[in-house]
Ligand binder design. Structure first.
Ligand code: LMR
Length: 332
């Protein structure tokens, strides 16, 4: 009688553990993709495109959950969360890599370093960019791609035509030493803040102005609390798509291949939409009637360039003299 009971109990235990193992084998691999901008921005739309491609190419074995608008983590927290494995994927702006120790990424913040988009692509899609992504692996993250968000405009409540017009203004920046030096060069006071705090800081007057590509400015509603926008194209904003290295290395090889394909697809898509999205956003800012949009003339732009020129030399020690020179050669 006792033996029979034992046999039944054993069979039941076996059935349960087989069912559990099967369920585990079938449960999708979840990728939490956290970011801090609105869904209707180049980064937001590319994250959704990646989700679609990844789920399709893996036949549902991978599920991508996209968390936009700092709904999971803010600027600095998201990098820490990635390194700890609390999320698997991010696309932080290149200006945010300093606190992780990857200061060389701040080279992208150097004012007027890329004379054209092509000069930028020569860097991000060539050996320089690939080397930069590879070196991130020592920090526990794998760099999958560069995404683009174009050149920045400057905003405040007073007109900014000459660089002197920025003197004394408190300007919100991303936490980058190069951006700090850029604001210092024009006599402004740099105030690092998370993106999710910018609208309120502008609204309450805690800061006077800020910089961003039009897409972020419009979707974060900054133009509603800024009277003037200057199209200065003084700096660049881009992203590196990162994945937690331990998670990535632990994936089945065939899944990694499909995710690489999905990333390639999302990257082509992102590059194709970013300029247009920013053009549309600038148009929308203009049409809102809340902000005056001013475009610098070539001679005004030359004055901005001259005022910000010392940043390059000042920051060579931080981002690397050789890297700066190598990027300079690409720009020719
Ligand atoms: C910012 O100002 O913090 C943004 O440019 C960040 C982003 O991810 O676009």
């Amino acid at each position: 009688m006792q033996l029979k009971f034992l046999a039944v109990a054993l069979t039941a235990a076996l059935t349960i553990s087989t069912a559990l193992a099967q369920a585990q084998a079938q449960a999708p691999i979840v990728i939490k993709f956290s970011h801090i901008v609105a869904p209707n921005t180049p980064k937001g739309m590319a994250a959704e495109r990646f989700k679609m491609a990844a789920e399709k190419l893996t036949g549902g074995r991978v599920k991508v959950e996209v968390y936009p608008n700092s709904s999971l983590y803010k600027d600095k927290e998201e990098l820490e969360a990635l390194q700890l494995g609390a999320v698997q994927m991010l696309a932080p702006s290149l200006a945010k890599f300093g606190p992780m120790g990857a200061k060389e990424f701040e080279v992208f913040d150097v004012p007027y370093i890329f004379p054209t988009k092509q000069a930028l692509y020569n860097v991000t899609e060539g050996p320089i960019g690939k080397g930069m992504l590879r070196r991130l692996e020592s920090r526990g993250v794998v760099g999958l791609a560069f995404w683009d968000n174009g050149f920045k405009v400057m905003s405040s409540n007073t007109p900014m035509h000459a660089p002197e017009d920025l003197k004394g203004l408190k300007m919100r920046i991303q936490a980058s030493k190069v951006l700090e030096a850029q604001m210092r060069a024009v006599g402004a006071v740099a105030v690092p803040l998370s993106l999710s705090e910018v609208f309120q800081a502008l609204q309450t007057g805690a800061v006077d102005g800020t910089e961003n590509p039009p897409s972020n400015m419009y979707t974060q509603r900054m133009h509603e609390v800024q009277k003037h926008v200057t199209v200065s194209n003084h700096g660049y904003l881009g992203y590196a798509v990162l994945v937690n290295k331990k998670f990535w290395d632990g994936l089945p090889a065939d899944i990694r291949v499909q995710l690489d394909k999905a990333m390639a697809d999302a990257t082509v898509f992102e590059k194709a939409i970013s300029q247009r999205d920013n053009d549309l956003a600038l148009d929308a800012v203009r049409k809102s009637g809340l902000t005056t949009v001013y475009t610098l003339s070539p001679s005004e732009q030359a004055a901005w360039r001259a005022a910000m020129a010392p940043v390059k030399e000042d920051m060579e020690g931080r981002v690397g003299k050789e890297l700066m020179a190598a990027i300079g050669r690409q720009a020719k």
